[in-house]
Design a binder for this molecule. Structure first.
Ligand code: PMP
Length: 285
């Protein structure tokens, strides 16, 4: 857990780090967030995360509460004050505090900013990567703008808990046509029998994962066979390999889907190689 949190201009011990009950993030989930990996005390791919933050804020018409440079200082300072070497930094920006009313508050309402940071258990993550994870599939019941990284995550929460209840670590969300969009908190990938890497194309129906974009760049640079297209659950069952990508876990092999082994049931070679080389391709500030 974060010991020190940044809340609207102040660095506070966790017990004192509080937001108003009238905050629109609390009342309406009217806010956005980012999770950025921290490695060796440095933010990974900060530029890409900040670009996506701008997209989310613009789409929701939330005015930036501080300059990108000032925000960057707060992110790094929160990491430093929590002494995080390997972990994540979390940023949330909401439309601010105002009398409860669905429509936007007065134009002079200042957006709220919260930043926390915490360490990851690297040994545990490595063990997960060595063993591979189980995923289940559930219907994708989210709204139609999941490209916006909004804090409204109830369908993702329910999907993740369904996974937990079945002894799996991630849930893959399936659209009305039986195709996997993405994971509850990750992007979904398969390697087909003929060795092609496949992941859902960008659009309004998935989050444009930063880790996904780094992996796409690696595949293009290495000339690997790669397709951005939706794949069905049946294709996933028949895949040679599967994996998920996210900033907090980079590349994590999937070894079973709905209880059926993927390939020979062990982490795939491509996923393992992408994980091993990931930080050679990500941007370190
Ligand atoms: N999709 C969803 C729904 C997510 O919540 C996340 C993680 N925040 C991702 C994909 C992966 O995105 P990133 O690689 O930027 O962490």
């Amino acid at each position: 857990m974060s010991r020190i949190a940044y809340v609207n201009g102040r660095y506070l011990p966790r017990a004192q780090a509080k937001v108003s009950v009238e905050d629109r993030g609390y009342q309406f989930a009217d806010g956005v967030y980012e999770v950025c990996e921290v490695r060796g005390g440095c933010l990974i791919d900060e530029r890409r995360h900040m670009a996506r933050l701008d997209l989310s804020l613009n789409e929701l018409r939330i005015a930036r509460p501080m300059s990108p440079a000032a925000l960057s200082i707060v992110l790094w300072e929160t990491v430093r004050r929590n002494r995080v070497r390997d972990g994540i930094v979390y940023l949330q920006i909401t439309r601010g505090v105002a009398r409860r009313d669905f429509a936007f508050p007065p134009a002079d309402t200042k957006a709220s900013v919260v930043v926390t940071a915490r360490s990851n258990d690297l040994a545990h993550l490595e063990q997960l990567a060595d063993e591979g994870i189980a995923v289940i599939t559930v219907p994708d019941i989210r709204w139609q703008r999941v490209d916006i990284k909004s804090v409204a995550l109830l369908p993702n929460v329910l999907a993740k808990q369904a996974a937990r209840d079945q002894g799996a670590r991630e849930a893959w969300l399936v659209d009305a046509q039986g195709r996997v969009t993405e994971g509850a908190s990750s992007n979904a990938w398969i390697v087909s029998r003929d060795g092609k890497l496949i992941t859902h194309p960008l659009g309004r129906d998935i989050l444009a994962g930063v880790t996904r974009s780094v992996v796409v760049n690696v595949l293009k640079a290495q000339g690997l066979a790669f397709e951005e297209r939706a794949f069905s659950v049946d294709e996933a069952y028949a895949a040679r390999e599967a994996f998920v990508t996210s900033a907090s876990q980079t590349v994590l092999p999937v070894v079973s889907i709905d209880g059926r082994p993927v390939g020979n049931g062990a982490p795939g070679l491509i996923a393992a190689a992408l994980r091993r080389d990931y930080h050679r391709h990500a941007e370190v500030a």
